[in-house]
Design a protein around this ligand. Structure first.
Ligand SMILES: Nc1ncnc2c1ncn2[C@@H]1O[C@H](COP(=O)(O)OP(=O)(O)OP(=O)(O)O)[C@@H](O)[C@H]1O
Length: 230
């Protein structure tokens, strides 16, 4: 298995607040990772540094062996938590907008995906419920052809049906050449989809490993372990 993403001694400070404290971790292709932790543990910061949106204070991140730069952005598809969708845009216009922004964005695939998610390409963002907007954001990331896909809290604010649809969409998009990282504090909804789990706490990796072995060794679910760590 190849490490397509390597984080070495990564520290990120916002003024004097340490959001990530010498975090080191490698991500292997062909695996789905859960980045778990409560609010403020550093999940978003880690994803934004990997996506090249935040500059680290110290340490290194390598994507497919290359240090983070504008060149590595094409390898990383990132879905932020923020609501970045323009309310006046139709779904199909968003597809056009994204294909102008990312060379690897597949518009036909995007339209196909949203239709599966019960969104019409003629729908305006402002007409969509929170659940449908959540699905749309995930589809925008999945329609890119990247090697690393990161979803920051994709289940937040979604009802159980939308959560299941979003998780099915993410796992369908997955193959052995890709790595998927999903951040969440909703561990039970995510648990069955994960190969590896990473517990972040106050900017430090508290626990990480293969989800199955963790369950076996501890004789409890990842959710129960999560409650113990926090
Ligand atoms: N722009 C910023 N300026 C100052 N402090 C920040 C900034 N962004 C994040 N922080 C702080 O860094 C720490 C880590 O935040 P981060 O958003 O990465 O955590 P998180 O695990 O993603 O939490 P959440 O689920 O709330 O987004 C927190 O203490 C947060 O207050």
């Amino acid at each position: 298995m190849e490490n397509i993403l390597k984080v070495e001694e990564l520290t990120k400070k916002y003024f004097n607040k340490v959001a990530l404290d010498k975090v080191s971790i490698s991500f292997e292709q062909g695996k789905i990772y859960g980045l778990l932790g409560p609010n403020g543990s550093g999940k978003t910061t880690l994803m934004k540094v990997i996506a090249g949106l935040h500059k680290q204070t110290s340490g290194q991140v390598f994507v497919n062996g290359n240090p983070i730069s504008y060149k590595t952005k094409k390898d990383v598809a990132f879905m932020p938590t923020e609501d970045f969708l323009y309310p006046w845009m139709k779904a199909k216009t968003l597809g056009k907008y994204f294909s102008d922004m990312y060379k690897d964005f597949n518009r036909a695939k995007f339209i196909n995906l949203i239709e599966k998610l019960e969104i019409s390409k003629e729908n305006k963002v402002s007409e969509l419920s929170t659940g449908l907007k959540g699905r749309l954001k995930v589809a925008l990331a999945i329609a890119r052809d990247a090697s690393i896909y990161m979803f920051d809290e994709p289940l937040n604010g979604l009802d159980p049906i939308s959560r299941e649809k979003v998780m099915n969409l993410i796992s369908e998009a997955f193959n052995e050449n890709k790595v998927i990282i999903i951040s969440s504090h909703l561990v039970s909804e995510l648990e069955t989809y994960l190969d590896e789990v990473v517990f972040l706490k106050n900017g430090i990796i508290e626990l990480k490993g293969d989800a199955e072995s963790m369950r076996e060794e501890n004789g409890k679910s990842i959710e129960a372990l999560y409650k113990e760590v926090y």
